[in-house]
Design a protein around this ligand. Sequence first.
Ligand SMILES: Cc1cc2nc3c(=O)[nH]c(=O)nc-3n(C[C@H](O)[C@H](O)[C@H](O)COP(=O)(O)OP(=O)(O)OC[C@H]3O[C@@H](n4cnc5c(N)ncnc54)[C@H](O)[C@@H]3O)c2cc1C
Ligand code: SF4
Length: 332
Amino acid sequence: MKPFGYHRPADVASAVAMAAQVPGARFLAGGTNLVDLLKLGVEAPELLVDVSRLPLGLVEPLPDGGLRIGATVPNSELAAHPLVRLHYPALSQALLSGASGQLRNLATTAGNLLQRTRCPYFQDVTKPCNKRVAGSGCPAREGVHRDLAVLGASAACVATHPSDLAVALAALDAEVRLTGPTGSRCCPLTEFYRLPGDTPALETGLRPDELITAVDLPPPWSGTRSAYRKVRERASFAFATVSVAAVVVVREGRVARVALALGAVAAKPWRATAAERAMLGQPATEEVFRAALDAELAAARPLRDNAFKVPLAREAAVRVLADLTPQQEESE
Ligand SMILES: Cc1cc2nc3c(=O)[nH]c(=O)nc-3n(C[C@H](O)[C@H](O)[C@H](O)COP(=O)(O)OP(=O)(O)OC[C@H]3O[C@@H](n4cnc5c(N)ncnc54)[C@H](O)[C@@H]3O)c2cc1C
Ligand code: SF4
């Protein structure tokens, strides 16, 4: 591993200022992804700025009824938070489906959102990879790509984003709060992530030296139900093959509001807006849900070995929506 400097600033302003002094500096949170990438030689920064002890570790109710989640809140703490379990169950379920108990104790909100793809070529520095070395090629297109993207990919890159948390946050209309050398700003999570296009190394709209300080959730919709479901190779300690986060309100048997996001199908959590439009105002039936998912997935462009993900994503989403809606009709 290449030697690197290490600083542990006491506040956000110092953290951002320290990172700005050294080109390519990296923020270190739980280290559960970044340290692995340092060991593999995928990352080789001159400086690590340890943000794990910044005062960003709280989950706080917002005056409008929403919730602010600090950037360094451990995944395990967030999953267990009473307000999250009560108002945003999809979020809690997504977190608990990820990694292991030990990892979730270390992994943070921001670190989870910014973890890198698990594409095997990205993690192997002896192989070409456009995301790691621009213009070197994408061996995944013809090689091992069973777990890779079916939506929004490009000739340059077909990687998927591995976070479960990000998928739930996309369905919950979360906003990312950022602070950089020139000030603070907010960005809807669905606009934060980028599709690969010709520049797969640019994964988000994060500007150089910008720190994620928190993620804000809007108040839950009245009468809402939400759930996260993850399909994977084995029951624990595995990344998603596909995943679904759904937030839905049904009134008089019809879909009054719905937000749907698919995971492990694209380089970003995939907000299924075509499916949402197709369901809105329609009877809450499996036929309607399936037709809506077909409308969304018409854009899918699978590779040789991952076409199975398209019907898998559709049926997983139909199942989640169907499981959520009858219970809701009964309770109203
Ligand atoms: C065996 C294993 C299994 C796993 N399974 C799953 C799974 O099933 N689902 C899943 O979602 N994840 C899974 N993970 C990934 C795990 O959730 C991530 O490694 C973890 O969430 C990263 O958080 P961290 O705080 O450790 O981030 P770090 O490793 O410290 O950092 C990750 C990235 O985020 C950046 N960063 C961190 N904090 C900030 C900040 N505040 N502002 C700006 N940049 C920041 C770092 O610079 C780095 O680029 C698994 C990991 C392992 C090792
Ligand atoms: S899919 Fe993306 S990350 Fe994987 S080898 Fe191709 S360019 Fe690299």
